[in-house]
Ligand binder design. Structure first.
Ligand code: GDP
Length: 195
């Protein structure tokens, strides 16, 4: 995928702030520190546009990155971070929940997990919830460079089994460090946008 332009458009905290240009959106969810910002940066070939967070859980907004003037990556706040208050979490939960359920432009939800470890309970809840509402989903197992090649298949199987993934849901092995999986993921993104 050739990237000609990228821009951070808005960190939305309310519905009224969501972009109104109607471009297709690809959203990313995952626990704090799983590697979402690094994945976006690798996809769009920018070192630091999606800030690589030194303070996990601090990104309390839906961050919209416009790519080639034709689509958005939408980064969700990482879940599973204890220091966000319960009230704040509930409020955010509602905003994100309604975004996912109602947003016509949302073409694909990426669920980012860590290839090194079995998905967490939060990952499972997120996966089940997306399936329940029939949201087109792709699971991305990142930090693949941290897993020796000979063990990767086994780790992928653990991801599939722990989430209870059905065969129709794609699973991409990815590394923001090496760029492995980038073209495969772009193909899935392009297909989702083409509908
Ligand atoms: P976020 O909180 O989900 O946005 O996570 P970040 O993108 O900030 O990444 C969290 C940490 O994991 C950072 O120290 C990254 O450098 C590291 N990281 C992210 N992706 C990878 C990867 O694919 N491979 C390796 N080795 N480290 C990664």
């Amino acid at each position: 995928m050739k990237i000609v332009s990228t821009e951070f458009v808005i960190g939305a905290v309310r519905h009224e702030q969501l972009p109104e240009d109607g471009l297709p959106e690809i959203a990313l969810a995952g626990r704090s520190n799983v590697g979402k910002s690094s994945l976006i940066n690798r996809m769009i070939e920018r070192k630091n546009l999606a800030r690589t967070s030194s303070q996990p859980g601090k990104t309390q907004q839906l961050n919209f990155y416009r790519v080639n003037g034709s689509m958005y990556f939408v980064d969700f706040p990482g879940y599973g971070y204890a220091k966000v208050s319960k009230a704040q979490r509930a409020k955010w939960g509602r905003f994100i929940e309604s975004y996912i359920r109602e947003r016509k432009q949302l073409k694909l939800q990426l669920l980012i997990v860590d290839l090194r470890h079995p998905p967490t309970e939060d990952d499972r809840l997120m996966y089940d919830w997306l399936r329940h509402f029939g949201i087109p989903t792709c699971v991305v197992a990142t930090k693949a460079d941290k897993v020796p090649r000979t063990r990767r298949e086994r780790h992928l199987r653990v991801v599939r089994e722990t989430l209870g993934m059905t065969p129709d849901v794609p699973l991409v092995m990815f590394s923001s460090e090496t760029g492995e999986g980038r073209e495969e993921l772009w193909n899935i993104v392009r297909q989702a946008i083409a509908g």
